[in-house]
Design a protein around this ligand. Structure first.
Ligand code: AMP
Length: 396
C-alpha cells in the first residue's frame, strides 16, 4: 500500500509518499508560504527536484497541488488517487486523550481540537491539514500519529510538576513530552541492534536537532523525557532556552519591560545556543567552526549544550537504575561527532569507551562505542515519516 504522510504547519506542509511493503519513498516535497503566496517543491525519487510558485490561499489548494504532482503524467509516481491507500497525519499534541495513533473519525477530530489549548501554534494547523485532505480524498482512511502519545506511559512521578494540584485537575498542566515518534522508532532499532527483545532493554535516546529532547525507554515504554507541557523544557536547543529558574522571568520582565508575549518570544526564539552564543548562530556547524577558530563564546555555548545533555542522560540512567544502550539521532546527533564525543566523555563513569574512528562518520547508522565499552552507543538516523507510515498501515 502507498501511504501519504503529511506534516502540516500553519503556513507549510511537508509530505512523503511511501510504499509500505518496500518502505521506499516514492516522492516527497514541501508546500511553503500557504496563505501568503505559495510554492511547491516536489521530488520524485530518482527524479529532479522542481520548485514552482503557485497561489495557495489555503491548505486545500496546497494539498490539491500535492495530489496533482503525485498523479502527473510526466513527473507523477502513481496513476491516480486510488493508488494512495491511506494518509498518515503527524499531530503534535494528543494530551492525555491519545496514548496511541488512531484512525481519524469525527470524534477523534473533536478530541484533537480539545487539545488545541495545549499546542495553540501546532494543533490547529494539523487539523486544517486533516480537514483539507478529507475534502479532497473522501473515502481514503486517515490516521493521526501524535508526538506526545509514546510518552503517555510515563509514571506520575515523572510527569507531575511541583505546582498546585488544581492546575493539573482543571487544566491538565503536566509534562507530556514530544518527538515521541522519533524516540519510539530509534529505541526499537537500538534494541534490534544489540540483539535484545524491545521489552527487556533500557535505552536512552538523545534526539538532538534544532528542537532537542532525551527520552528514557525502559522495556519498550517511555518512562521519562526532557520536554514538558510544551517543547520549551529540558535541553538548551537551537533557539529555545530549555530549563531555567522560573524567577528569571519576573527579573527580566522588569528590567527589559517585557510582557508575557515578549518573554515567550525571548524564551522560544532568542535563547538556546543562538542567544547563548551572543546571536552567533543556532546552527552547530557555525558554532563548531567558530570554536575551532578560537571564539570563546562559541566554545562555552557548545560546552553548555553538551553538559546539559550529559546531565539528562545521567539522570535517566538513575531513573532506570541502569542502561544497556544509548542512541544519538536527528541533525546534531547524527552529524556532530565532537558533540557526541564530549557527551560520552562525561559518561565515562558508566564504562563507556568511544570508538573515535567510527564517531567521525556522518549521518549513517553506526556503533560508536568500542567492543569493550560497558554500554553500547549508536548513531541511529531517525525517520519519523517512515514511522508514521508504519503506524498508519498497522491501523488501516
Ligand atoms: P534537525 O532539527 O534534526 O533537522 O537538525 C538541524 C540541526 O542539525 C542544524 O540546525 C544543525 O545545528 C545540526 N546539523 C546538521 N548537520 C550538521 C553537521 N554536519 N554538523 C553539525 N551539526 C549539524
Amino acid at each position: 500500500m502507498n501511504v501519504l504522510v503529511i506534516n502540516c504547519g500553519s503556513s507549510s506542509l511537508k509530505f512523503q509518499l511511501i510504499n509500505s511493503e518496500s518502505e521506499e519513498v516514492l516522492a516527497k516535497g514541501l508546500c511553503e508560504r500557504i496563505g501568503i503566496d505559495g510554492s511547491l517543491t516536489y521530488q520524485p525519487t530518482g527524479g529532479e527536484k522542481v520548485k514552482s510558485e503557485k497561489a495557495m490561499p489555503t491548505h486545500t489548494e496546497a494539498i490539491q497541488f500535492v495530489i496533482d504532482a503525485l498523479t502527473d503524467a510526466n513527473t507523477g509516481v502513481v496513476k491516480d488517487l486510488k493508488e494512495i491507500g491511506a494518509v498518515g497525519h503527524r499531530v503534535v499534541h494528543g494530551g492525555e486523550k491519545f496514548a496511541k495513533s488512531v484512525v481519524i473519525t469525527d470524534e477523534v477530530l473533536k478530541a484533537i481540537e480539545e487539545c488545541n489549548d495545549l499546542a495553540p501554534l501546532h494543533n490547529p494547523a494539523n487539523l486544517i491539514g486533516i480537514n483539507a485532505c478529507q475534502k479532497l480524498m473522501p473515502g481514503t482512511p486517515m490516521v493521526a500519529v501524535f508526538d506526545t502519545a509514546f510518552h503517555q506511559t510515563m509514571p506520575a512521578k515523572a510527569y507531575m510538576y511541583g505546582l498546585p494540584y488544581e492546575y493539573y485537575d482543571k487544566y491538565k498542566v503536566r509534562r507530556y513530552g514530544f518527538h515521541g515518534t522519533s524516540h519510539s522508532f530509534v529505541s526499537k532499532r537500538a534494541a534490534e541492534l544489540i540483539g535484545k527483545s524491545y521489552d527487556a532493554v533500557k535505552t536512552v535516546v538523545c534526539h538532538l536537532g534544532n528542537g532537542a529532547s532525551i527520552c528514557a525507554v525502559e522495556n519498550g515504554k517511555s518512562v521519562d523525557t526532557s520536554m514538558g507541557l510544551t517543547p520549551l523544557e529540558g535541553l538548551v536547543m537551537g533557539t529555545r532556552s530549555g530549563d531555567i529558574d522560573p524567577a528569571i522571568l519576573e527579573f527580566i520582565a522588569k528590567k527589559e519591560d517585557l510582557d508575557i508575549a515578549g518573554l515567550m518570544n525571548m524564551l522560544n526564539k532568542k535563547s538556546g545556543v543562538f542567544g547563548l552564543s551572543n546571536n552567533l548562530s543556532s546552527d552547530f556547524r557555525d558554532l563548531e567552526t567558530a570554536a575551532a577558530e578560537g571564539n570563546k563564546i562559541a566554545e562555552m555555548t557548545l560546552d553548555v549544550f553538551c553538559y546539559r545533555v550529559a546531565k539528562y542522560v545521567g539522570s535517566y540512567v538513575a531513573a532506570m537504575n541502569g542502561v544497556d544502550v544509548i542512541a544519538f539521532t536527528a541533525g546534531i546527533g547524527e552529524n556532530a561527532g565532537p558533540v557526541r564525543e564530549k557527551v560520552m566523555e562525561y559518561l565515562g563513569y558508566l564504562g563507556i569507551e568511544v570508538d573515535k574512528e567510527a564517531n567521525d562518520s556522518h549521518g549513517k547508522e553506526v556503533k560508536i562505542s568500542t567492543p569493550d565499552s560497558k554500554v553500547e552507543v549508536f548513531v541511529i538516523p531517525t525517520n519519523e515519516e517512515l514511522a508514521i507510515a508504519r503506524e498508519t498501515v498497522a491501523l488501516v
